[in-house]
Design a protein. Structure first.
Length: 214
């Protein structure tokens, strides 16, 4: 199966148009995630803020597929490494940038790397039709969220241990998981609702028996 974005892509026989379309999608996807990252609520007891990034990651992965989705999220990370203020703002309104944000000592580095893997996984599931119904979309988005949280919490544990000399699993979960469960579930539901709705609109205006070549 194709994905939502690739359903609109020019046929591969039109090489230049197809490449330009994919580049434009990658730029748009990275900017969407960057924009949602600015919707951030810093918490006083943890270096990990509540943000809208996850919603963007799940939507981009599902709409773009594994390759283009992961590439778009990777481009988002590249903007931050190069100095663009695309990551979630700190409590003082500033933005961390540079390669150190993705390094082993970064408290949020695991979540950022997890975005790439989660986008690829959700995109792969979308190519198997998981984004076509609300029920299956929830499953795809939940699995993507599990990837983000697993890598993020494990990374956070190691960063705490490196910075403080010690870390506990319970303390790490209190800083990197528990405060985000309700918000993450809401983002999962939002992403799971948007994709099937978008497919219904797509099928109305572009019948499935006449898709572009992929």
């Amino acid at each position: 199966m194709t994905t939502l974005a690739l359903r609109l892509a020019p046929p591969t026989t039109r090489v230049s148009a197809h490449v330009i379309y994919r580049v434009a999608c990658a730029l748009a996807g990275s900017l969407l995630i960057a924009g949602l990252a600015q919707v951030a609520v810093p918490l006083p007891f943890t270096p990990v803020p509540i943000t809208g990034q996850t919603l963007g990651v799940l939507l981009v992965g599902a709409a773009y597929g594994p390759g283009l989705g992961a590439a778009s999220i990777g481009l988002y990370l590249l903007w931050g490494v190069l100095g663009a203020p695309v990551f979630a703002p700190n409590a003082d309104g500033g933005h961390d940038t540079g390669l150190a944000v993705l390094g082993a000592a970064s408290y949020t580095g695991g979540y950022l790397w997890g975005f790439v893997l989660a986008g690829g996984l959700v995109g792969w599931l979308a190519t198997r039709g998981w984004d076509r119904s609300f029920r299956s979309s929830i499953g795809a988005m939940l699995l993507g969220e599990v990837v983000i949280v697993t890598i993020g919490v494990a990374w956070l544990f190691l960063a705490f241990r490196s910075a403080l000399g010690e870390a506990t699993l319970e303390g790490t979960l209190e800083a990197g998981l528990y405060p985000f469960v309700i918000g993450d579930m809401l983002k999962i539901l939002a992403a799971a609702a948007l994709l099937p709705g978008a497919w219904k609109l797509m099928d109305r205006f572009r019948p499935p028996d006449d898709p572009p070549e992929d």
